[in-house]
Design a protein around this ligand. Structure first.
Ligand code: SF4
Ligand code: SF4
Length: 415
């Protein structure tokens, strides 16, 4: 009699076990590489302008692009895409973000190794050094870190930067040397979110107690002892499991010694759906997956077509007041211009729609660096005008970049 019919609780039997072994092979082979690659990316990102804020100029570098406050809508869409990606991955694989991406968990694991190899004093010293470097990287996410290094080299000690680096450095060192998984279990918002996202079908660990007791769990407890997240993989209480696979290695050792197949395995799906997990999870995956595709498209389109120049024309009430009251015919408008591109450009202003000779810009061309803005007065001086509203359009064009922007406005002639 076949294994499945003899033991229907072991859905999929040996075939499933073979497939799971492939999943496990991927986990063992690529997880550390993924953690290190993410860590490297996080360290280099602010210096290669892959992603960093520039708080002094209220701008943001993203994949080499410079974005300004006006573009932040598209940045927030991108953040939403990333959140939905993490949700989709978490619905299928559980706390995979912690085990594969989050540096805190990498240092949780390394910390245990440092304890064994360097002893507590060595771990604390190393955590302090790495923590301070981490504090410097965090500072560099908000402003130019290389400029800060130059300041230190010149003997200056900027107070705000130094205090921020020390504060973050202390936090990171404490998290590495002492708090470790408590940060993940207690403080991390993603950890709490994961508890909500997981279901019985989410990838989890299960015992394969197969026929004739030939590879039944030996209850040695080595899997539990090995787990750096203090999860007992033999139970269903696995919300803190970070998919590291260390318990599988432990069980493999025990099972080899017993000359039986490993009894502990990753499983996607639950009950009758075991081994067909993606199908079971499809309804919960559909919404995040659709949103990721839609929002990615809108974000890419928005970033590619973002404004390179901002133009706003408004009535200059300050000018009206200083000239001694409301002017019904003539008037001063304020043209606010900002260079939202990544390069310095010269901008040319023009007004269309007003009768000949009415519009006078104080300056018709202006050169602006990236992020720089200017306000240019526009005097409207009607000559021989009939009463009424005069619609007109102010346009600006970049001489080097060719970008164009226009603003429709109106001027009232009362007498
Ligand atoms: S239960 Fe296993 S896979 Fe999960 S965190 Fe612990 S050792 Fe890693
Ligand atoms: S290591 Fe394997 S055999 Fe030992 S208790 Fe854990 S699951 Fe059972």
């Amino acid at each position: 009699m076949g294994l499945m019919s003899a033991h229907p609780e072991v859905m999929g039997g040996e075939g499933l076990r073979t497939r799971l072994n492939k999943v496990e092979w991927v986990i063992r082979r690529y997880r550390r590489a993924s953690q290190l690659a993410v860590l490297l990316l996080l360290i280099l990102s602010p210096f290669l302008q892959i992603f960093r804020f520039d708080i002094p100029t209220m701008s943001l570098y993203l994949f080499g692009m410079r974005l300004w406050v006006k573009h932040f809508f598209f940045f927030s869409l991108l953040v939403t895409v990333v959140i939905y990606l993490v949700i989709a991955a978490s619905v299928v694989f559980g706390r995979v973000f912690c085990g594969w991406v989050c540096p805190q968990n990498l240092f949780n694991e390394l910390g245990r190794q440092w304890d064994a190899r360097l002893g507590r004093p060595g771990t604390i010293a190393l955590s302090g050094i790495i923590g301070l470097f981490g504090g410097f990287v965090v500072w560099s996410y908000g402003t130019d870190g290389i400029a800060l290094l130059r300041q230190y080299a010149a003997g200056e000690v900027p107070a705000a930067a130094t205090v921020t680096i020390l504060a973050f450095g202390t936090f990171f060192a404490m998290a590495m040397a002492w708090w470790r998984t408590a940060v993940c279990r207690v403080a991390c918002p993603y950890g709490h979110l994961q508890s909500i996202l997981s279901s019985a079908s989410t990838m989890h660990l299960e015992l394969f107690n197969l026929a004739e007791n030939r590879d039944i769990c030996a209850s040695c407890g080595l899997c539990f002892e090995t787990c750096h997240m203090a999860v007992d993989p033999r139970t269903m209480e696995q919300k803190h499991c970070v998919t590291c696979g260390d318990c599988l290695d432990a069980c493999q050792l025990v099972s080899q010694a017993r000359k039986v197949p490993r009894v502990l395995n990753f499983v996607v799906g639950a009950g009758a759906e075991r081994g067909r997990g993606l199908k079971a999870l499809a309804p919960r995956l559909a919404v995040p997956a659709i949103l990721v595709v839609l929002l990615s498209g809108v974000t890419a389109w928005g970033l590619a077509n973002r404004d390179r120049v901002s133009l706003v024309v408004s009535k200059d009430h300050r000018a009206v007041l200083t000239t001694g009251g409301t002017q019904s015919s003539g008037g001063v408008m304020r043209v606010s211009l900002m260079n939202l591109s990544n390069t310095t450009d010269t901008f040319r202003l023009a007004a269309a729609g007003l009768p000949e000779g009415w519009a006078h810009f104080e300056q018709e061309t202006v050169t602006l660096e990236p992020g720089a803005g200017v306000e240019i007065p526009l005097r409207v001086t009607p000559t021989d005008a009939a009463k009424g509203l005069y619609n007109f359009e102010v346009t600006v064009s970049g001489v080097e970049s060719g970008v164009k922007e226009s603003f429709k406005t109106v001027h009232f002639v009362g007498n």
